[in-house]
Ligand binder design. Structure first.
Ligand code: PLP
Length: 372
């Protein structure tokens, strides 16, 4: 039997009848763009995370770009992003002509380091940039330390966009991600914890004005009439078909998040004596987009990966090269003290198969292979 890194088929088997009915309804109704399922899904997203406004869009990268556009981020603005993340977090910044400034992460949570952020702000100012926005990432499903990061942002008059592409539904103290920051965003890419069957994304905000701006920007800067253009926007909508699929998936998502805790706990109990296992700070809940171990060094990681592969256990390294070392991003500013933690993690992290339908006996096989 082959082991999947993320088993989308197990979830589909559970939901297949409901999905077939929902998809058939969209085909019967024929409203493929902004059909009634889109508004219904947005309503359910708000009920789930507590944000006043949920606005779906075409993917998680567009969600970040729309957030920057809605906040008026422009040339001369510095946008602070972690280096240890998926490229999309930084990619959207030069797309609105602003400058990404790379910040290091903490060695235990893998999320943005407040001290590094402070140093990067000073450096950005010295370069004549205007500190404008911070984008904390909920890496691997664990919420960033929002209270601390938002305080630092506010001291410099900055906005905060939470990139919750991997962490939507995580708990930060008494709040659910999606409801934190000026705007937060997520992705419904199939392999994300709440994924559709194609591309999809969403933005969340409590601010009425930002919400109506985002609603306009996602449809070519529309005004009150579809053929009145108030501003330059983009075309970024969630397909009605994907919304219909996501309504079914969201209905089991809370249960799946609980199941993910069980899987993660089992890994940590079995592997804690062998490797550094994930650390979850008091009052936070990860949704375990990834279950990521730290090995001693890259030699130990290579050996683990090879051993797992021989046993038919897939593993993935997220992320082997931090963004400030990538050709596309190496010329942008960064924390002047360097990004030692991001570089260290890139050399020794490894993620194990993780999904809510991972059965105990399969997980035991994985654990055995990983331990060696
Ligand atoms: C996946 C991801 C995105 C982008 O989402 P897409 O839907 O693939 O565009 C952005 N940020 C992070 C941290 C991600 O993991």
């Amino acid at each position: 039997m082959t082991i999947s890194f993320i088993d989308l088929a197990a979830q589909q088997a559970r939901l297949r009848q409901a999905l077939d009915r929902s998809i058939a309804r969209v085909l019967d109704e024929g409203q493929y763009i902004m059909g009634p399922q889109v508004a219904e899904f947005e309503r359910q997203l708000s009920a789930f995370c507590g944000a006043k406004h949920s606005l779906s869009c075409a993917n998680g990268t567009d969600a970040l770009q729309l957030a920057l556009m809605a906040l008026g981020i422009k040339a001369g603005d510095a946008v602070f992003v972690p280096s240890f993340t998926f490229a999309a977090t930084a990619e959207v910044v030069p797309l609105v002509n602003a400058t990404p400034v790379f910040v290091d992460v903490l060695p235990d949570t893998f999320n943005m380091d407040p001290k590094s952020l402070k140093r990067a702000i000073v450096n950005a100012r010295e370069r004549g940039l205007r500190p404008a926005c911070v984008i904390p990432v909920d890496l691997f499903g664990l919420p960033a330390d929002y209270d601390v990061l938002i305080d630092i942002a506010r001291e410099s008059g900055m906005k905060v966009i939470g990139d919750s592409a991997q962490g939507f539904g995580g708990i930060y103290k008494d709040r659910t991600t999606g409801s934190i920051g000026d705007i937060s965003t997520t992705s419904f890419f199939p392999a994300k914890p709440l994924g559709c069957y194609g591309d999809g994304g969403a933005l969340f905000t409590d601010d009425d004005e930002l919400a109506s701006l985002i609603d306009s920007l996602r449809v070519h800067g529309k005004g009150t009439h579809k053929y009145r253009n108030e501003r330059v926007g983009v075309n970024s909508r969630l397909d009605t078909l994907q919304a219909a699929i996501l309504i079914e998936k969201l209905s089991v998502y809370p249960e799946e998040i609980v199941a993910r805790q069980r899987v993660a706990e089992r890994y940590s109990n079995a592997l804690g004596n062998y490797f550094e296992v994930p650390f979850i700070p008091e009052g936070l809940r990860s949704i375990w987009a990834q279950y990521t171990l730290k090995t001693k060094d890259s030699t130990e990681r290579d050996a683990l990966q090879e051993r797992a592969k021989r046993a038919g256990v897939p593993t993935v390294v997220y992320y082997p090269i931090p963004l400030h070392r990538q050709n596309a991003y190496m010329d942008f500013p960064q924390d002047p003290d360097g990004l030692a933690v991001s570089e260290d993690l890139a050399g020794r992290v490894i993620s194990l198969p993780m999904h809510p339908y991972l059965e105990a006996d399969v997980q035991d096989r994985i654990i055995e292979a990983v331990r060696g």
